[in-house]
Design a protein around this ligand. Structure first.
Ligand SMILES: [Mn+2]
Length: 458
């Protein structure tokens, strides 16, 4: 963890920004895998990590914004804990390492909160995403109706959106692991191999760096299935693989990269055309991203570039900027250009996508693709985000739009049939918004056609 003063400063600011009352941030608990004692690997809640830094289950951070008191609720290790888990720090040692002044028994949390409520203090908390904490909160607060605090939600977003140098260094650590992962994936992808053979090696690299994957890997010859977690295909020459892979650093900062790699080590002529268009969309978006520009504008620029490329391929016809405004490229890129990145791969998504990614006056679009844009707001120095345009040929969606005659003045559906089995292609890197522009974080993973082909032939 960082030094205690880092967390103390963050908490002071949070209490000040939220205003008054009790701020309650429960940490996560073990979650059962198939029965209670067999658990998923523990993953701490990211806001708890941000404000307390403690990476163990069974704790809750409480701040009294009125008095300035800070309390870590938890428990000292029992002899049974020590037998099964080895020597564990005392609760007061844990609190001290995070600069928290007071400790109390976890079992006393309900009484503490009830007392605060009786005194008329509001209790601020976030919407829980684990069932056990939903139930616990209802119990602690004495009501089944949970009303998460908008003030606390916004105050946390206002802090976590701006990454410090310490945090950027952590993200870059995870990107070094991800660089190793792509080197492995590019060197080992070959015709005849199973996707899962490569995925096994990938997950091992994250583990060997004393971390884990930041999300379930995507590694599929069916890259047009956007969240594809199936790895059973035998890879064949002529196919290409969407590899969306990101490791977490030891301190749980995420990275989120995508490359699309040809199984044979060489892109086909059609794949080259598609890839080059996606790369141009990526480059245009990265050059446009800077303080003062909205990320929605970057998304529309990527869409426009994709419309231009698909026009050159004979799939679209018309004015590319107009097509982007109308949402025509949504057929080919039905997802957003990117999202914030930090302790979560979709950073702070549990706090509400619109709170995190939209500003006052920005309405969420209903257009295919644009409706999935998680980050639309004006970019500011210190934001870390992904840039990840793609082109996908999704047969059920093509058939749906064709049968509706949707945008038929712009889409050459006959020509499009020639591409319906081309799969998908995406390119993704992570960027820091600086004072002047956007800087790619981490080492350069092979990205151009030449770089990828060369990396696959070492
Ligand atoms: Mn992403």
């Amino acid at each position: 963890m960082f030094q205690a003063s880092v967390y103390a400063q963050r908490r002071r600011q949070l209490a000040q920004n939220t205003g008054n009352g009790i701020l309650l941030l429960p940490g996560n608990n073990y979650q059962p895998f198939n029965y209670t004692a067999n658990t998923f690997p523990f993953r701490q809640d990211s806001s708890f990590l941000y404000f307390a830094g403690l990476d163990l289950p069974g704790m809750a951070l409480v701040m009294d914004a009125d008095s300035g008191n800070e309390i870590l609720f938890g428990h000292d290790p029992t002899i049974d804990d020590v037998i099964w888990e080895g020597p564990l720090p005392s609760l007061s040692d844990l609190a001290a390492s995070a600069g928290i002044g007071h400790t109390k028994e976890y079992a006393d949390l309900a009484a503490y909160l009830q007392n605060a409520i009786a005194k008329g203090q509001p209790v601020h908390y976030l919407m829980p995403y684990h069932s056990d904490l939903k139930i616990a909160l209802a119990d602690w607060l004495g009501t089944p109706e949970l009303t998460p605090s908008v003030a606390l939600t916004k105050a946390i977003i206002a802090q976590r959106s701006y990454k410090s140098d310490l945090e950027i260094a952590q993200i870059e650590r995870s990107l070094h692991t991800t660089f190793d992962i792509y080197r492995y994936a590019m060197q080992h992808t070959k015709p005849g191999k199973k996707e899962y053979e490569i995925v096994g090696g990938i997950v091992g690299i994250a583990g060997a760096a004393h971390g884990q994957m930041a999300y379930t890997p995507i590694f599929s010859v069916n890259g047009h299935v956007l969240h594809n977690h199936h790895y059973g295909n035998t890879m064949q020459a002529g196919q290409w693989v969407v590899a969306d892979l990101g490791a977490e650093s030891e301190m749980h900062y995420a990275s989120d990269l995508t490359r699309t790699i040809p199984v044979s080590g060489k892109f086909s002529p059609v794949q080259r055309d598609i890839y080059q268009t996606v790369l141009q969309a990526y480059t245009n978006a990265a050059e446009a991203a800077r303080p003062g520009t909205t990320y929605r504008e970057c998304h529309l620029l990527a869409w426009q570039t994709i419309a231009e490329g698909l026009t050159n391929m004979g799939i679209l016809k018309g004015d590319a900027a107009e097509m982007a405004q109308l949402g025509v490229p949504g057929l080919f890129m039905p997802h957003g250009l990117g999202h914030m990145l930090g302790l979560d791969v979709h950073d702070m998504e549990n706090l509400g996508e619109n709170h995190v990614g939209y500003e006052a006056g920005q309405e969420r679009s209903t257009l295919m693709g644009l409706k999935s844009l998680r980050l639309a707001r004006t970019l500011e120095t210190g934001f870390v985000l992904t840039i990840e345009p793609g082109i996908y040929f999704i047969p059920p969606l093509i058939d749906r739009w064709a049968s509706e005659g949707k945008f038929k003045d712009f889409i050459n559906y006959d020509r499009l049939q020639d591409f319906r089995n081309e799969g998908g292609c995406r390119i993704e890197d992570n960027y820091l918004i600086t004072d002047a522009d956007a800087r790619m974080l981490g080492p350069q993973v092979p990205r151009t056609i030449e770089e990828v082909e060369q990396a696959m032939h070492i």
